[in-house]
Design a protein around this ligand. Sequence first.
Ligand code: URA
Length: 434
Amino acid sequence: MRMYDLIIKKRNGNSLTKEEIDFIIQGYTEGQIPDYQMSALMMAIYFQGMNEEETVNLTMAMAHSGEMLDLSGIHGKKADKHSTGGVGDKTSLVLGPMVAAAGAPVAKMSGRGLGHTGGTIDKLESFPGFSTSLTPEQFTENVNTIHMAIMGQTANLAPADKKLYALRDVTGTVDNMSLIASSIMSKKLAAGADVIVLDVKTGSGAFMKTEEDSFALAKEMVKIGNKAGRYTSAVISDMDQPLGFAVGNALEVKEAIDTLKGQGPEDLQELCLTLGSHMLVGAGYAKDLEEARKKLEQTLEDGSALRKLAQFVEAQGGDSAAVFDTNLLPEASIQEEIPAPVDGYLAHMEADEVGSACLILGGGRETKESVIDLSVGLVLKKKVGDAVKQGEALAVIHANDRDKLEAAKKRFLTACSFTENPVEKRTLIRGMLS
Ligand code: URA
């Protein structure tokens, strides 16, 4: 088999066989196929697409390119959640403790963020001492004893995807449905959970800007998961404006804690109840979504989800004092309101631009080496559909540097548009697939 022939085959619109895909992925992972040939193939796939069978074969080849985690030492069905990424998305910090407190084992592998804000691991580092460098034995032990653990992505998890994603990032081949679906699902399958619940975002702050594309991506990923023998379902949720009010690492941790106390933003709580219900049903801890939702609501009402967060932080070496006193979380030295420039209604808030404002403040990473400032970010005071008066606060900006604050403020204002007439509030949950 020659890579050259396979590039031509795909360029001409033909399908690749399982053997050919295995040859490509193995050759690329081992360094026998150079980046320039792989780039050409990715571009051919970008234009010609892949059918369902090719997408499943690509996913399986990438999942098996490294270690397939063995979670068989964990009792019961293990549930994991994956979000396609968005601004202000602190769902894992709320959902994990809720689902674990309702009895289902949450075995999650998370990453650090590259972009607007940190990832779940960065956010959790707001608790001094917290670490995700667990051995597989510690991970198993923690899930068995407290029903929840989060581990950093191991270097050998789907290495083919790691290499390929970096290549796609610089060759204009990220936003292809089959490539995104196989990339995400290869990592999820290798991470070993029995139940995979996907939160597929849609809107200006998401990979998929239209609902049609988001549903198509969700469908593709659910199909792959089910074909691989994992219970997989997807929720399509709005990311046309940030989720909740807080954007920025420690600020999001605070909002997650408030939500676990039952005092969080409605949209965040609703999303966690919806995703969590799918996890509980999939793992067999509730007979249907209605029963699951009641169980999860109970964990918020009786404080068990909040206590679970503290237990989980402690079990991973962190100081959990801030769970019960959020004043202990990192705090920025300057806090300043951003006033509304006009009277009217907030018509749109471009999620990506709000994320960029947070990045300007130092809350995200521009390169892998960047050091994140956990304390900075924005707390929204208005969401789409809200009435505003000129001079009234649209958001409070948390900064440690006045120049960055001014630049972030400008960026935030470009994210907002206003109308004189009332606008409808956005619906958060756009659909579900299972
Ligand atoms: N996230 C991934 O992990 N892979 C993609 O291709 C896109 C988003």
